[in-house]
Ligand binder design. Structure first.
Ligand SMILES: Cc1ncc(COP(=O)(O)O)c(C=O)c1O
Length: 461
């Protein structure tokens, strides 16, 4: 693919037209969200940007939508608007808000169960047995978020190998893990686009290469100083970038040859099926990380280890006296989370669930493809299981560098505002939609009507 074609694609819509539409959409939003405006003015006094996490202010709306309730694939805000939710908490509610099986499991027992006691429950045995069967790794530990699980995994990798560097792929996101917040700029490691740097010496901590570039990977690991490669099965955070044929085989061979651990982060690629990309591609990671989706939206993550890593970790804390790995968290693996996780794994993250969500997602993919064609835009859409995303470039990118050429914050933020004004939520920082078991084909049709209207507004002469 010619990179200039991708760059041109991002400029294919007249910026003045976009600015005019943005003005109109902002007026429409303000008129229809008076309660949110009042909440925002109050909230600004105690929280930067009026939100408890700054990301929540970056949906493209003039001020935040304040949520009031959510059920299945629907979310209601404090102004009384009901939205079709294709964001689903950016995967945290991938199987729908308040899934009845999960809610039942925790509501039934909550008063008796309590929450946190720094002791294991029997649910932890059922959960880790399920994970072992599902992903083929014998040992598991828990964390409160995928970010934490990645940090724990990297710490263990450094402890086990005695090496200080990690390797990640350009354009990745693995959570707010300091030494991964980097990208390639002119072939050098630099702070990641859009993330404020804390001045860490990234040359000391991190190597970055392009995804699907076996030669660059081989060179980067040949120095013998990288503790672990941290990778998704396919990339999902700079658009969706599939692993090229043979890439994972080469990645596994080179990591083994150089004594580098392979950490596979399934946090987003669980969209592919009940055992994620590891199951689909037959991967053999040393450590596997999974977060977000496991407990019906309750904060939780897991990380699994193969025999060698499990044995090392056990040895680390063999004694004498009291000692631990150097990470953890008081609330990790609390009884409530484990009860929700057990219900989610046993009854929700199943092949039947994915059969339904994948079919609806395929309908959405087809619809977006047809509308891109109808409006003659040099964009493309891709799908991974129940996750659908389009990029402002004609072809599927091979790596993060190519995908970055398609960035256009103006179009993206306006699209999210346009959809929100018409009762549809898309995932912020992406043009991405997730399909839950509660999402219907009518929801997909509603998306199509708004997408068609929006592209007409963007392009009509
Ligand atoms: C692949 C991947 N790993 C880890 C994370 C971090 O998840 P969390 O923010 O829930 O810690 C994310 C977040 O988007 C992610 O996309």
């Amino acid at each position: 693919m010619a990179l200039s074609a991708a760059a041109e694609a991002t400029h294919s819509i007249d910026p003045q037209r976009l600015a005019r539409i943005r003005g109109e959409e902002e007026v429409r939003f303000r008129q229809s969200h008076p309660a949110a405006q009042r909440a925002f003015h109050q909230a600004e006094k105690t929280m930067p940007h009026g939100v408890p996490l700054h990301w929540m202010s970056q949906w493209g709306t003039p001020y935040p939508i304040y949520a009031q309730a959510a059920h299945g694939a629907r979310l209601r805000d404090i102004d009384g608007h009901e939205y079709i939710d294709f964001c689903l908490g950016d995967s945290a509610a991938l199987y729908g808000h308040g899934h009845p099986v999960v809610m039942d499991a925790i509501a039934r027992d909550l008063t008796e169960l309590g929450t946190s006691y720094m002791l294991p429950t029997e649910d932890s045995i059922a959960v880790t047995e399920d994970l072992s069967r599902r992903f083929g790794l014998p040992y598991w530990q828990l964390a409160t978020s995928a970010t934490d699980a990645n940090r724990f995994a990297l710490r263990v990798a450094r402890q086990m190998t005695g090496r200080d560097k990690v390797l990640v792929f350009n354009g990745k996101y693995h959570g707010s893990v300091d030494d991964t917040q980097v990208e390639l700029q002119n072939g050098r490691v630099a702070p990641q686009h859009g993330i404020a740097s804390n001045g860490l010496d990234y040359d000391r901590t991190t190597r970055v290469v392009e995804f699907n570039d076996v030669a660059a990977l081989e060179e980067a690991l040949s120095h013998g100083d990288v503790a672990a490669v941290l990778a998704e099965p396919h990339m999902t955070n700079i658009g969706m970038i599939p692993a090229a044929e043979g890439f994972h085989t080469a990645l596994r061979e080179i990591t083994r040859k150089t004594g580098t651990l392979l950490i596979i982060d399934e946090t987003h690629t669980i969209c592919l099926g009940p055992s994620g990309g590891t199951g689909e591609l037959g991967l053999e990671p040393d450590i596997l990380v999974l977060g977000k989706v496991l407990s019906g939206g309750i904060p939780s993550a897991v990380w699994g280890m193969n025999e060698a890593v499990g044995a090392f970790v056990k040895d680390l804390t063999r004694g004498p006296g009291i000692n631990h790995y150097g990470f953890g968290g008081t609330l990790v693996a609390n009884a409530l989370t484990l009860r929700a996780m057990r219900a989610t794994l046993s009854h929700v993250i199943t092949p039947e669930t994915y059969a339904g969500t994948t079919e609806i997602a395929a309908a959405l993919e087809t619809q977006i493809r047809e509308l891109i064609k109808k409006h003659n835009l040099p964009w493309h859409v891709s799908r991974m299981g129940c996750r659908v995303e389009y990029l402002y470039m004609p072809d599927v990118p091979r790596n993060g560098g190519e995908a970055a050429m398609a960035r256009n914050d103006d179009i993206e933020l306006l699209s999210h505002l346009y959809f929100a004004n018409r009762g549809i939520l898309l995932t912020p920082f992406h043009n991405m939609a997730l399909i839950s078991p509660a999402t219907t084909i009518e929801d997909v049709r509603a998306h199509g009507a708004v997408f068609d209207e929006m592209l007409t507004a963007f392009t009509a002469g």
